[in-house]
Design a protein around this ligand. Structure first.
Ligand code: F6P
Length: 363
């Protein structure tokens, strides 16, 4: 006997561990609690499109998923049902979504996604009466409601491996090597990978950098015979303005686009200030692809099971999260209202400074 009918979807950019969450939800919900779980394809799109794109998920259809990157269900970061872009028009497609939800006689949705997707889920619950439970995901680790998001450690792993590789070629050619990593407006990936990969300089969106400090660091290294330097730069990092202030958040995207990206801008800033050849490497989507590392598989499994627990407890409107080592629920409202940046006075940053890593600005 089917005890519940619940839909599940993945929204926003993918992150290693999405499949592990889906698998955990199906193993626990279907395998142990007798639910029927309907997989919705490509974020909310599968419920809005006609014919609908959904399929029943079973423990059998979820075999072999734990270590697989990507998402069995597909995803998109361009599908807001409240403002869906079609050609030049922007339309409200929530009526189709509600109709799809009702046609399938679903009790609610488990929505796996980052802040954007969770904000949409919350609106769907409030304004369209669709019960939702959120599961946080992002390689950026920028959701303040959870201590960590799955995908983050896997991204750090890839970036650290890239740094190890860049070190040897930087040293062989006596070059200044830039590695640009993802993270949107937050520098968590850059900071963690930079420490793990032994970077000499780490540049973060949270700290507007002074190119003179980077140049001075490179020169100091050259003076002691270290003729190469490895710099990790977050994709949102920018130099300080002339008065030492940071570029306002709303202007950063345009400035980064115009300058050709964070690493390109930083190299241009150093031109003429140092005597060394420079090269850059933009790691891009390699950070999001491939298998999740074990700690992400574990966290994703915990969050999948935790999401099922929230549904069983009737805690619609909550997001499952990891807090102080415990899996618990937090109101979606709170979960989407706070964005976590790197704490510029935090322990990790102090550690970086303490081992001589240049951060582009004084403490
Ligand atoms: O939020 C995850 C993320 O990978 C960011 O780090 C990055 O800025 C963005 O998504 C890239 O998005 P897209 O896949 O649309 O290029």
């Amino acid at each position: 006997m089917v005890t519940r009918r619940v839909g599940i979807l993945t929204g926003g950019g993918d992150a290693p561990g999405l499949n592990a969450v889906i698998r955990a939800v199906v193993k626990r919900g279907v395998g142990q609690l007798g639910w029927e779980v309907l997989g919705i394809e490509d974020s909310f799109n599968g419920l809005m499109d006609r014919p609908m794109r959904t399929h029943v998920l079973t423990p059998r259809s979820c075999r072999g998923l734990l270590h697989r990157g990507g998402t069995l269900l597909g995803t998109t970061n361009r599908g807001d049902p409240f403002a869906f872009a079609t050609g030049t028009d922007v339309v409200d497609r929530t009526p189709q979504l509600v109709e799809g939800f009702q046609d399938h006689r679903l009790e609610g949705l488990i929505v796996i996604g980052g802040d954007g997707t969770q904000a949409i889920a919350l609106r769907l619950m409030r304004e369209r009466g669709i019960p939702v439970v959120g599961v946080p995901k992002t390689i950026d680790n920028d959701l303040s409601a959870t201590d960590r998001t799955f995908g983050f450690q896997s991204a750090v792993d890839v970036a650290t491996d890239a740094l190890d590789r860049l070190h040897t070629t930087a040293e062989a050619h006596e070059r200044v090597m830039f590695l640009e990593v993802m993270g949107r407006d937050a520098g968590h990936i850059a900071l963690s990978a930079g420490i793990a990969g032994g970077a000499d300089v780490i540049l973060l969106p949270e700290i507007a950098y002074d190119p003179n400090r980077i140049a001075a660091k490179i020169r100091r290294r050259q003076e002691i015979g270290r003729l190469f330097t490895v710099v990790v730069i977050a994709e949102g990092a920018l130099p300080a303005l002339h008065d030492g202030s940071a570029v306002p958040l709303e202007e950063r995207k345009a400035r980064l686009r115009k300058g050709g990206g964070a690493a390109t801008i930083a190299m241009a800033q150093l031109e003429g200030r140092i005597e060394a050849e420079m090269r850059s490497c933009v790691l891009g989507h390699l950070q999001r692809g491939g298998s999740p590392v074990p700690s992400d598989r574990i966290l994703a499994t915990q969050l999948g099971v935790g999401g099922v627990d929230l549904v069983e407890a009737g805690c619609w409107g909550q997001m499952v999260c990891l807090r102080n080592g415990h899996i618990e629920g937090v109101d979606l409202e709170r979960a989407v209202s706070e964005y976590r940046l790197v704490d510029v006075k935090g322990q990790l940053l102090r550690t970086a400074r303490a081992v001589g890593i240049e951060l582009g600005a004084p403490e």
